[in-house]
Design a protein around this ligand. Structure first.
Ligand code: AMP
Ligand code: GLY
Length: 415
Protein backbone atom coordinates (compact mmCIF):
# COMPACT_ATOMS: atom_id res chain seq x y z
CA UNK A 1 0.00 0.00 0.00
CA UNK A 2 1.47 3.35 -1.05
CA UNK A 3 1.02 5.98 1.65
CA UNK A 4 1.19 9.14 -0.44
CA UNK A 5 0.37 11.42 2.46
CA UNK A 6 0.81 10.77 6.19
CA UNK A 7 -0.12 13.24 8.93
CA UNK A 8 1.59 13.08 12.33
CA UNK A 9 -0.25 14.94 15.12
CA UNK A 10 1.84 16.51 17.89
CA UNK A 11 4.96 18.58 18.22
CA UNK A 12 7.48 16.92 20.49
CA UNK A 13 10.52 14.68 20.28
CA UNK A 14 8.40 11.58 19.78
CA UNK A 15 6.62 13.18 16.81
CA UNK A 16 9.94 14.30 15.35
CA UNK A 17 11.17 10.69 15.56
CA UNK A 18 7.93 9.35 14.06
CA UNK A 19 8.09 11.82 11.18
CA UNK A 20 11.79 11.02 10.65
CA UNK A 21 11.13 7.26 10.54
CA UNK A 22 8.10 7.69 8.24
CA UNK A 23 10.21 9.77 5.88
CA UNK A 24 12.67 6.83 5.63
CA UNK A 25 9.89 4.39 4.65
CA UNK A 26 10.08 4.13 0.83
CA UNK A 27 6.31 3.58 0.60
CA UNK A 28 5.60 6.93 2.30
CA UNK A 29 5.30 10.05 0.13
CA UNK A 30 4.67 13.33 1.92
CA UNK A 31 5.03 13.62 5.69
CA UNK A 32 2.97 16.33 7.38
CA UNK A 33 3.10 17.32 11.04
CA UNK A 34 0.53 19.29 13.06
CA UNK A 35 1.78 21.45 14.62
CA UNK A 36 5.34 20.05 14.59
CA UNK A 37 8.42 22.04 15.62
CA UNK A 38 11.58 23.36 13.94
CA UNK A 39 13.01 19.83 13.94
CA UNK A 40 10.04 18.26 12.16
CA UNK A 41 10.18 21.06 9.56
CA UNK A 42 13.42 19.47 8.38
CA UNK A 43 11.73 16.10 7.64
CA UNK A 44 8.25 17.17 6.53
CA UNK A 45 5.76 20.02 6.32
CA UNK A 46 4.44 21.65 9.49
CA UNK A 47 0.85 22.87 9.77
CA UNK A 48 -0.26 25.34 12.43
CA UNK A 49 -3.18 23.35 13.77
CA UNK A 50 -4.04 22.79 17.42
CA UNK A 51 -3.30 19.10 18.09
CA UNK A 52 -6.18 18.70 20.56
CA UNK A 53 -8.82 20.15 18.21
CA UNK A 54 -10.36 17.02 16.66
CA UNK A 55 -12.43 18.90 14.06
CA UNK A 56 -9.43 20.92 12.90
CA UNK A 57 -7.18 17.84 12.70
CA UNK A 58 -9.84 15.89 10.75
CA UNK A 59 -10.30 18.83 8.34
CA UNK A 60 -6.53 19.07 7.80
CA UNK A 61 -6.31 15.30 7.18
CA UNK A 62 -9.04 15.61 4.52
CA UNK A 63 -7.39 18.63 2.93
CA UNK A 64 -4.05 16.75 2.74
CA UNK A 65 -5.82 13.62 1.44
CA UNK A 66 -4.02 11.75 4.21
CA UNK A 67 -3.83 7.97 3.81
CA UNK A 68 -2.90 7.63 7.46
CA UNK A 69 -3.00 9.85 10.54
CA UNK A 70 -0.67 9.06 13.47
CA UNK A 71 -1.53 10.75 16.76
CA UNK A 72 1.47 11.05 19.08
CA UNK A 73 0.75 12.69 22.46
CA UNK A 74 -1.73 11.70 25.15
CA UNK A 75 -3.67 14.98 25.27
CA UNK A 76 -5.21 14.66 21.76
CA UNK A 77 -5.87 10.94 22.31
CA UNK A 78 -7.78 11.61 25.53
CA UNK A 79 -9.53 14.58 23.87
CA UNK A 80 -10.93 12.28 21.16
CA UNK A 81 -8.90 13.45 18.15
CA UNK A 82 -8.73 9.86 16.80
CA UNK A 83 -12.53 9.57 17.09
CA UNK A 84 -12.88 12.71 14.97
CA UNK A 85 -10.47 11.44 12.28
CA UNK A 86 -12.11 7.99 12.17
CA UNK A 87 -15.48 9.68 11.78
CA UNK A 88 -14.37 11.13 8.43
CA UNK A 89 -13.19 7.70 7.26
CA UNK A 90 -9.41 8.15 7.38
CA UNK A 91 -7.29 5.34 8.91
CA UNK A 92 -5.78 6.53 12.17
CA UNK A 93 -3.08 5.07 14.38
CA UNK A 94 -4.13 5.88 17.94
CA UNK A 95 -6.92 4.84 20.29
CA UNK A 96 -10.34 6.46 20.57
CA UNK A 97 -10.93 8.50 23.72
CA UNK A 98 -12.68 5.55 25.39
CA UNK A 99 -9.63 3.26 24.99
CA UNK A 100 -7.16 6.08 25.74
CA UNK A 101 -8.55 6.08 29.29
CA UNK A 102 -6.03 3.29 29.81
CA UNK A 103 -3.58 6.18 30.18
CA UNK A 104 -5.99 9.01 30.99
CA UNK A 105 -7.18 7.51 34.27
CA UNK A 106 -4.98 5.52 36.62
CA UNK A 107 -8.12 4.18 38.33
CA UNK A 108 -9.56 2.94 35.01
CA UNK A 109 -6.25 1.24 34.17
CA UNK A 110 -6.29 -0.53 37.53
CA UNK A 111 -9.86 -1.69 36.94
CA UNK A 112 -8.99 -3.10 33.49
CA UNK A 113 -5.91 -4.85 34.89
CA UNK A 114 -7.98 -6.40 37.65
CA UNK A 115 -10.58 -7.66 35.17
CA UNK A 116 -7.87 -9.01 32.83
CA UNK A 117 -5.82 -10.57 35.63
CA UNK A 118 -2.76 -8.47 34.75
CA UNK A 119 -0.10 -8.32 37.49
CA UNK A 120 0.23 -4.83 39.00
CA UNK A 121 0.81 -3.15 42.36
CA UNK A 122 -2.00 -3.45 44.90
CA UNK A 123 -3.71 -0.07 45.07
CA UNK A 124 -6.48 2.07 46.59
CA UNK A 125 -8.45 4.84 44.88
CA UNK A 126 -8.78 7.78 47.29
CA UNK A 127 -10.76 11.02 47.10
CA UNK A 128 -10.51 12.22 50.72
CA UNK A 129 -7.65 12.92 53.13
CA UNK A 130 -8.97 10.21 55.46
CA UNK A 131 -8.93 7.58 52.69
CA UNK A 132 -5.46 8.68 51.61
CA UNK A 133 -4.13 8.50 55.17
CA UNK A 134 -5.58 5.01 55.60
CA UNK A 135 -4.05 3.78 52.31
CA UNK A 136 -0.63 5.26 53.14
CA UNK A 137 -0.70 3.46 56.50
CA UNK A 138 -1.86 0.21 54.90
CA UNK A 139 0.99 0.05 52.37
CA UNK A 140 3.68 1.79 54.44
CA UNK A 141 6.82 3.54 53.15
CA UNK A 142 8.10 4.16 50.53
CA UNK A 143 4.80 5.84 49.63
CA UNK A 144 3.54 5.93 46.02
CA UNK A 145 0.84 8.56 45.31
CA UNK A 146 -0.45 9.03 41.75
CA UNK A 147 -2.67 11.78 40.41
CA UNK A 148 -5.64 9.98 38.81
CA UNK A 149 -5.54 12.14 35.65
CA UNK A 150 -2.93 13.16 33.07
CA UNK A 151 0.04 15.06 34.50
CA UNK A 152 2.80 14.97 31.83
CA UNK A 153 4.82 12.41 33.76
CA UNK A 154 4.86 14.56 36.87
CA UNK A 155 1.77 13.36 38.73
CA UNK A 156 3.53 10.63 40.67
CA UNK A 157 5.29 11.16 43.99
CA UNK A 158 7.41 8.37 45.47
CA UNK A 159 8.68 9.35 48.91
CA UNK A 160 9.50 8.16 52.41
CA UNK A 161 8.01 11.37 53.80
CA UNK A 162 4.47 10.62 55.02
CA UNK A 163 3.49 14.31 55.21
CA UNK A 164 4.71 14.96 51.64
CA UNK A 165 2.75 11.93 50.40
CA UNK A 166 -0.42 13.13 52.14
CA UNK A 167 0.11 16.67 50.82
CA UNK A 168 0.40 15.39 47.20
CA UNK A 169 -2.84 13.43 47.67
CA UNK A 170 -4.54 16.60 48.94
CA UNK A 171 -3.19 18.69 46.05
CA UNK A 172 -4.45 16.19 43.45
CA UNK A 173 -7.87 15.46 44.96
CA UNK A 174 -8.36 12.07 43.25
CA UNK A 175 -5.39 9.75 43.61
CA UNK A 176 -4.33 6.15 43.37
CA UNK A 177 -2.12 5.09 46.28
CA UNK A 178 -0.27 1.84 45.79
CA UNK A 179 2.34 -0.55 47.08
CA UNK A 180 5.95 0.26 46.27
CA UNK A 181 7.53 -1.89 43.53
CA UNK A 182 11.25 -2.60 43.66
CA UNK A 183 13.44 -3.82 40.79
CA UNK A 184 14.52 -2.41 37.42
CA UNK A 185 11.97 -0.75 35.15
CA UNK A 186 11.28 -1.67 31.54
CA UNK A 187 9.22 0.08 28.87
CA UNK A 188 7.64 -2.36 26.45
CA UNK A 189 5.65 -1.07 23.48
CA UNK A 190 3.31 -3.06 21.27
CA UNK A 191 1.30 -2.08 18.23
CA UNK A 192 -2.35 -3.14 18.48
CA UNK A 193 -5.07 -3.27 15.82
CA UNK A 194 -7.72 -3.89 18.48
CA UNK A 195 -7.25 -7.68 18.37
CA UNK A 196 -3.66 -8.59 17.43
CA UNK A 197 -0.48 -7.17 18.89
CA UNK A 198 3.07 -6.78 17.58
CA UNK A 199 5.73 -6.06 20.23
CA UNK A 200 8.75 -3.79 20.04
CA UNK A 201 12.09 -4.59 21.61
CA UNK A 202 12.19 -3.41 25.22
CA UNK A 203 13.73 -0.11 26.28
CA UNK A 204 14.61 1.51 29.58
CA UNK A 205 13.75 5.08 30.49
CA UNK A 206 15.28 7.33 33.19
CA UNK A 207 12.49 9.14 35.02
CA UNK A 208 14.29 11.10 37.74
CA UNK A 209 15.92 14.40 36.86
CA UNK A 210 19.27 13.78 38.56
CA UNK A 211 22.19 11.36 38.21
CA UNK A 212 21.82 8.24 40.31
CA UNK A 213 17.99 8.46 40.06
CA UNK A 214 17.79 11.44 42.38
CA UNK A 215 15.40 14.41 42.39
CA UNK A 216 11.83 14.66 41.14
CA UNK A 217 10.18 12.64 38.37
CA UNK A 218 10.24 14.00 34.83
CA UNK A 219 8.76 12.93 31.52
CA UNK A 220 12.03 10.99 30.96
CA UNK A 221 15.68 12.10 30.75
CA UNK A 222 17.07 9.41 28.48
CA UNK A 223 16.52 5.87 27.20
CA UNK A 224 18.29 2.98 25.54
CA UNK A 225 17.53 -0.25 23.71
CA UNK A 226 17.93 -3.23 23.75
CA UNK A 227 18.37 -4.29 27.40
CA UNK A 228 21.43 -6.57 27.61
CA UNK A 229 20.43 -7.63 31.13
CA UNK A 230 16.79 -8.56 30.44
CA UNK A 231 15.63 -12.20 30.47
CA UNK A 232 15.41 -13.67 26.95
CA UNK A 233 11.71 -14.44 27.25
CA UNK A 234 10.74 -11.02 28.62
CA UNK A 235 8.88 -9.81 25.52
CA UNK A 236 6.97 -13.07 25.12
CA UNK A 237 5.99 -13.03 28.83
CA UNK A 238 4.83 -9.40 28.76
CA UNK A 239 2.75 -9.98 25.63
CA UNK A 240 1.17 -13.12 27.13
CA UNK A 241 0.52 -11.85 30.67
CA UNK A 242 0.05 -8.10 30.18
CA UNK A 243 -0.52 -6.74 26.68
CA UNK A 244 -2.70 -9.37 25.02
CA UNK A 245 -5.04 -9.74 28.05
CA UNK A 246 -5.40 -5.93 28.25
CA UNK A 247 -6.18 -5.61 24.54
CA UNK A 248 -8.65 -8.51 24.84
CA UNK A 249 -10.37 -6.88 27.83
CA UNK A 250 -10.75 -3.52 26.07
CA UNK A 251 -12.21 -5.24 23.00
CA UNK A 252 -14.59 -7.23 25.23
CA UNK A 253 -15.81 -3.93 26.69
CA UNK A 254 -16.62 -2.62 23.22
CA UNK A 255 -13.73 -0.13 23.24
CA UNK A 256 -11.03 -1.85 21.16
CA UNK A 257 -7.55 -0.35 21.42
CA UNK A 258 -6.00 0.62 18.08
CA UNK A 259 -2.57 2.18 18.47
CA UNK A 260 0.39 1.78 20.76
CA UNK A 261 0.11 0.03 24.12
CA UNK A 262 2.96 1.15 26.35
CA UNK A 263 3.50 -1.07 29.36
CA UNK A 264 5.73 0.46 32.03
CA UNK A 265 6.91 -2.53 34.06
CA UNK A 266 8.89 -3.24 37.19
CA UNK A 267 10.79 -6.53 37.29
CA UNK A 268 10.34 -7.15 41.00
CA UNK A 269 11.61 -9.98 43.18
CA UNK A 270 8.06 -11.40 43.00
CA UNK A 271 7.83 -11.24 39.19
CA UNK A 272 6.90 -8.58 36.69
CA UNK A 273 4.30 -5.95 37.59
CA UNK A 274 2.73 -3.15 35.56
CA UNK A 275 3.70 0.28 36.91
CA UNK A 276 1.61 2.17 34.38
CA UNK A 277 0.03 2.00 30.95
CA UNK A 278 0.33 4.70 28.35
CA UNK A 279 -1.78 4.81 25.21
CA UNK A 280 0.97 6.14 22.94
CA UNK A 281 4.65 5.90 22.07
CA UNK A 282 6.85 6.84 25.03
CA UNK A 283 9.10 9.85 24.96
CA UNK A 284 12.15 9.57 24.89
CA UNK A 285 12.11 5.75 24.35
CA UNK A 286 10.66 6.19 20.85
CA UNK A 287 13.71 8.08 19.64
CA UNK A 288 16.28 5.28 20.23
CA UNK A 289 13.76 2.57 19.32
CA UNK A 290 12.92 4.06 15.94
CA UNK A 291 16.64 4.60 15.27
CA UNK A 292 17.09 0.80 15.65
CA UNK A 293 13.92 -0.29 13.83
CA UNK A 294 14.58 -1.75 10.39
CA UNK A 295 10.95 -2.51 9.46
CA UNK A 296 9.45 0.37 7.45
CA UNK A 297 7.32 2.25 9.98
CA UNK A 298 4.49 3.50 7.75
CA UNK A 299 3.42 0.02 6.67
CA UNK A 300 3.12 -1.41 10.19
CA UNK A 301 1.30 1.64 11.56
CA UNK A 302 -1.10 1.39 8.59
CA UNK A 303 -1.61 -2.34 9.23
CA UNK A 304 -2.48 -1.58 12.87
CA UNK A 305 -4.81 1.26 11.87
CA UNK A 306 -6.70 -0.97 9.42
CA UNK A 307 -7.04 -4.15 11.52
CA UNK A 308 -4.43 -6.12 9.56
CA UNK A 309 -1.62 -6.69 12.08
CA UNK A 310 -2.14 -10.47 11.97
CA UNK A 311 -0.52 -10.47 8.50
CA UNK A 312 2.63 -8.64 9.67
CA UNK A 313 5.87 -10.53 10.42
CA UNK A 314 7.78 -9.71 13.63
CA UNK A 315 9.51 -6.32 13.63
CA UNK A 316 13.16 -6.35 12.53
CA UNK A 317 15.79 -4.59 14.64
CA UNK A 318 19.34 -3.45 14.05
CA UNK A 319 21.94 -5.63 15.74
CA UNK A 320 23.55 -2.87 17.81
CA UNK A 321 22.29 -0.55 20.52
CA UNK A 322 20.94 3.00 20.59
CA UNK A 323 20.86 5.47 23.46
CA UNK A 324 19.06 8.81 23.80
CA UNK A 325 20.20 11.57 26.14
CA UNK A 326 17.74 14.39 26.77
CA UNK A 327 19.17 17.92 26.88
CA UNK A 328 16.90 19.93 29.17
CA UNK A 329 16.62 23.57 30.20
CA UNK A 330 17.61 24.77 33.66
CA UNK A 331 14.64 24.61 36.01
CA UNK A 332 13.04 21.50 34.49
CA UNK A 333 10.89 19.67 35.71
CA UNK A 334 9.79 22.93 37.36
CA UNK A 335 9.46 26.08 35.25
CA UNK A 336 12.33 25.99 32.73
CA UNK A 337 14.25 29.05 31.58
CA UNK A 338 13.31 29.90 28.03
CA UNK A 339 14.55 31.78 24.98
CA UNK A 340 18.24 30.75 24.97
CA UNK A 341 19.73 30.39 21.49
CA UNK A 342 20.74 26.81 20.60
CA UNK A 343 23.80 25.99 18.50
CA UNK A 344 24.42 22.54 17.03
CA UNK A 345 20.73 21.69 17.31
CA UNK A 346 20.19 20.40 13.79
CA UNK A 347 21.63 16.99 12.93
CA UNK A 348 20.35 13.59 11.95
CA UNK A 349 19.47 11.77 15.18
CA UNK A 350 18.85 14.99 17.13
CA UNK A 351 15.15 15.11 17.89
CA UNK A 352 13.48 18.38 18.88
CA UNK A 353 10.96 18.75 21.68
CA UNK A 354 11.00 22.19 23.35
CA UNK A 355 12.39 24.30 20.52
CA UNK A 356 11.10 27.28 18.52
CA UNK A 357 12.44 29.91 16.16
CA UNK A 358 12.84 33.49 17.39
CA UNK A 359 12.08 36.58 15.29
CA UNK A 360 15.58 36.39 13.82
CA UNK A 361 15.00 32.79 12.75
CA UNK A 362 17.41 31.39 15.34
CA UNK A 363 16.68 28.10 17.08
CA UNK A 364 15.80 28.71 20.75
CA UNK A 365 14.93 26.59 23.76
CA UNK A 366 11.27 26.94 24.73
CA UNK A 367 10.49 23.95 26.87
CA UNK A 368 11.72 21.73 29.66
CA UNK A 369 13.00 18.84 27.58
CA UNK A 370 14.59 20.66 24.64
CA UNK A 371 16.28 17.97 22.53
CA UNK A 372 16.92 14.22 22.60
CA UNK A 373 20.26 13.21 21.13
CA UNK A 374 20.54 9.59 19.95
CA UNK A 375 23.81 7.71 19.74
CA UNK A 376 24.30 4.28 18.22
CA UNK A 377 26.96 1.59 18.30
CA UNK A 378 27.64 -2.13 18.17
CA UNK A 379 27.44 -2.27 21.97
CA UNK A 380 25.54 -0.24 24.53
CA UNK A 381 28.82 1.22 25.81
CA UNK A 382 29.60 2.48 22.29
CA UNK A 383 26.07 3.80 21.79
CA UNK A 384 26.15 5.83 24.99
CA UNK A 385 29.64 7.16 24.23
CA UNK A 386 28.36 8.22 20.79
CA UNK A 387 25.33 9.93 22.35
CA UNK A 388 27.42 11.92 24.84
CA UNK A 389 29.89 12.89 22.14
CA UNK A 390 27.00 14.28 20.09
CA UNK A 391 25.57 16.03 23.18
CA UNK A 392 28.90 17.84 23.55
CA UNK A 393 28.22 19.50 20.19
CA UNK A 394 24.94 21.08 21.38
CA UNK A 395 25.00 24.36 23.30
CA UNK A 396 22.56 26.76 24.92
CA UNK A 397 22.75 28.68 28.16
CA UNK A 398 21.14 26.73 30.99
CA UNK A 399 21.39 23.33 29.21
CA UNK A 400 21.83 20.23 31.34
CA UNK A 401 21.55 16.48 30.94
CA UNK A 402 21.96 13.40 33.08
CA UNK A 403 25.43 11.94 32.80
CA UNK A 404 24.55 8.36 33.69
CA UNK A 405 22.03 7.33 31.02
CA UNK A 406 22.54 3.58 30.33
CA UNK A 407 25.68 3.58 32.47
CA UNK A 408 24.75 0.76 34.85
CA UNK A 409 23.50 -1.41 32.00
CA UNK A 410 26.66 -0.79 29.95
CA UNK A 411 28.74 -1.75 32.99
CA UNK A 412 26.73 -4.93 33.57
CA UNK A 413 25.46 -3.66 36.93
CA UNK A 414 21.75 -4.44 36.48
CA UNK A 415 20.48 -7.88 37.47
P1 AMP B 1 3.99 6.40 36.36
O1 AMP B 1 3.59 7.76 35.83
O2 AMP B 1 2.88 5.63 36.95
O3 AMP B 1 4.84 5.65 35.40
O4 AMP B 1 5.05 6.69 37.49
C1 AMP B 1 6.21 7.43 37.22
C2 AMP B 1 7.40 6.76 37.89
O5 AMP B 1 7.19 6.67 39.30
C3 AMP B 1 7.65 5.33 37.45
O6 AMP B 1 8.37 5.23 36.27
C4 AMP B 1 8.41 4.79 38.64
O7 AMP B 1 9.77 5.19 38.58
C5 AMP B 1 7.75 5.48 39.79
N1 AMP B 1 6.69 4.60 40.31
C6 AMP B 1 5.41 4.57 39.90
N2 AMP B 1 4.71 3.63 40.56
C7 AMP B 1 5.57 3.04 41.39
C8 AMP B 1 5.48 1.98 42.36
N3 AMP B 1 4.32 1.35 42.61
N4 AMP B 1 6.59 1.63 43.01
C9 AMP B 1 7.77 2.25 42.79
N5 AMP B 1 7.93 3.26 41.93
C10 AMP B 1 6.86 3.65 41.22
N1 GLY C 1 9.05 8.08 28.92
C1 GLY C 1 7.85 8.00 29.65
C2 GLY C 1 6.65 8.40 28.95
O1 GLY C 1 6.65 8.62 27.76
O2 GLY C 1 5.62 8.48 29.60
Amino acid sequence: MALDSVLVVGGGGREHALAWALRKDPSVGQVHIAPGNPGTAAVGTNHLVNAVDGAAVAALAQELKADLVVVGPEAPLVAGVCDAVRAVGIPVFGPDAAAARLEGSKAFAKEVMKAANVPTAASRYCTTAAQAAAALKEFGAPYVVKNDGLAAGKGVVVTNDYDAALRHAGDCGEVVIEEYLDGPEVSLFALSDGTNVLPFDPAQDFKRVGDGDTGPNTGGMGAYTPLPWAPGDLVEEVVRTVIQPTVDELRRRGTPFTGLVYAGLALTSKGLRVVEFNARFGDPETQPLLCRLKTPLGQVLYAAATGKLADEPPLVWGAGATCAVVVAAEGYPGTPRSGDVITGGYADHIFHAGTSLNAAGELIATGGRVLAVVGSGETLAKARADAYQKVAGVHFDGAFCRNDIALKAANGEIA
